[in-house]
Design a protein around this ligand. Structure first.
Ligand SMILES: [Zn+2]
Length: 298
């Protein structure tokens, strides 16, 4: 096996391990540190978007910065559209990615969800090159279907499946982006109880994401701990448009030990923790819509 291929596989395996530890949103520092391979340190990310470790023949990773609306990266055909480095199609980074395209080399894609955090997706393949638009077209392959990793250079020729996988990743990008942005806005604490334990925090939707007009924006989110997320989703707790917490009456009337007392009942009539930036505060209309439903349960 060629050295490039060996390192590429080692990078895929290392990423799998890291995702097992950290979840699929990885801190930039970790990617900058990388891993050791036969005495060489292989880092996975650089200040530029297209990155080829010195010892490799083809680029290993492509990265997009965490800014702009979510869909910026996706073309109308649903595929990721990846911008050239600069405006010269023959810049060595662009030429390198073109070589990866010609040789069907699998790459790693890092999608910035918030500053310093990236969703890692691999393998992805360059499936088109548009010098006029200064972009490459990128498709995502099914990680699971790779199975035996030694045959990884033969991507599935199924366009539908590939479009489907790319769409799945797009949904994942939205979800991870939503979680990271909401948690950052609330300074990683539960808006109800101030719990700051990251592993126990979620981004809850105010307008539930199975409703057609639900948006993955911070003003439709609340950072909540697991308990309060579940209580919010099941209408045991709600928040009125003035940001005041209400606990359902039958729960308030119940007597049952300290968890119920401190975890739920004492929140009644308290004000939620709000993000520092007012435009990140929950949208009052969304809160009202949800609160009306809650009142119907009460
Ligand atoms: Zn909480």
């Amino acid at each position: 096996m060629a050295l490039d291929q060996k390192i590429r596989l080692a990078a895929f395996n290392w990423l799998s391990e890291q995702v097992g530890i950290h979840g699929d949103v990885l801190p930039r520092k970790l990617l900058e540190r990388g891993f050791g391979f036969e005495g060489e340190r292989i880092v996975l990310i650089s200040p530029q978007g297209i990155f080829k470790p010195r010892v490799m023949q083809y680029p290993l990773t492509i990265t997009t910065a965490p800014e702009g609306p979510y869909d910026d990266a996706f073309g109308t055909d649903g595929y990721l559209s990846y911008r050239y480095r600069g405006k010269d199609p023959n810049h060595r980074d662009n030429a390198g990615l073109r070589e990866a395209y010609r040789n069907r080399i699998p790459l790693i894609y890092f999608h910035g969800v918030v500053p310093g955090k990236y969703l890692a997706v691999w393998p992805v393949y360059i499936i088109g090159d548009d010098p006029a638009a200064l972009t490459f077209k990128v498709a995502v392959e099914d990680q699971v279907s790779m199975g035996r990793q030694d045959d990884y250079t033969v991507p599935e020729e199924n366009v539908l499946k590939r479009a489907y996988m790319t769409a799945e990743v797009r949904i994942r990008l939205h979800q991870r982006g939503f979680r990271e942005k909401v948690l950052a806005a609330y300074r990683s604490q539960c808006a109800f109880c101030k719990l700051k334990y990251g592993e126990l925090l979620d981004a809850a939707h105010i307008i539930s994401d199975n409703e057609p007009d639900s948006r993955p924006t911070i003003d439709n989110g609340l950072a909540l701990c697991k308990l309060h997320h579940a209580a919010f989703d099941s209408f045991i707790i709600s928040v009125n448009p003035d940001y005041i917490i209400h606990v359902r009456k039958d729960v308030l009337d119940e007597e049952d030990g300290p968890m119920l007392q401190h975890g739920l009942k004492e929140l009644h009539k308290a004000r939620i923790i709000l993000p520092r930036a007012e435009h990140h505060w929950p949208n009052r209309e969304y809160l009202d819509r949800r609160f009306q439903k809650f009142m119907a349960y009460a």
